[in-house]
Design a protein around this ligand. Sequence first.
Ligand SMILES: [Zn+2]
Length: 342
Amino acid sequence: MKTLLPTSTAGSLPKPSWLAEPEKLWSPWKLEGDALIDGKHDALRVALQEQQVAGVDIVSDGEQTRQHFVTTFIEHLNGVDFEKRETVTIRNRYEASVPSVVGPVSRPKSVFVEDAKFLRKQTDKPIKWALPGPMTMIDTLYDGYYQDREKLAWEFAKILNQEAKELEAAGVDIIQFDEPAFNVFFDEVNEWGIATLERAIEGLKCETAVHICYGYGIKANTDWKKTLGSEWRQYEEVFPKLQQSNIDIISLECHNSRVPIELLSLIRGKKVMVGAIDVATNTIETPEEVADTLREALKYVDADKLYPCTNCGMAPLSREVATAKLNALSAGAEIIRKELSA
Ligand SMILES: [Zn+2]
């Protein structure tokens, strides 16, 4: 990456109101059949355009072709029955009715590869593609077949590796795995979570990232955050092992979070996507606030390894708010670039 402090988003961006109901997760599509396929592509183009106009350096599809960052991937796999639903507690936090694993899981064909090729054709900028991580996938399902969390995670890791290799061949520069579950199940993360993630990136030559956050700005997550006390030290549990892993980039929530920023010293040597935009509020950060977060992070991350980013996805925000936040991110990064070059 030639630009110093290349900016990016954690992943999702709001969808246009003609494609899906805005400001909602799992929002149903408003189109069907061929019109839906066209609509998703058009929305992807718009999301790309908005990122480019806002000066985002590493662009993404804004997850315009998926309803949800985990479910949409799983819908394309064999072995999971979406009709047979069970209620489980997701990330030890909230109950949800989820699909069941009913047989061996496999990927009959590529899930996002055609979308990635489409995005690749539209831009010369580096592109980042997000996939769910193995641990977050198993946490979103009822497993009546393997009945073993670790076993299912290894199966998903194999499948993710197949998809990731095809995404790399399609020209994706950074493949990101979303693992909010890493902030909850510390023992499992250290026992096999990071190992399954390394299985998912096996043999890849492109860069790889893991995104670990405190979730979208939905009520279940903001309520959970209130119980975490004055210092959020969750990252401390998984950073030492992540620092030793083969993952290139770690994407974190930093702005407005109570994460003690000095925890970043535990991942010294890794590239860090520093969340400098809060996705759980409609208040637009000022460029100076973004710069403050980045300045703090620079005490623990070398400048050539710091990637300014959003805390998490922005799907549940209005388009107006999301765009303003992207502009603030770019402007804040520019302040620091000037300081560094002075
Ligand atoms: Zn996130």
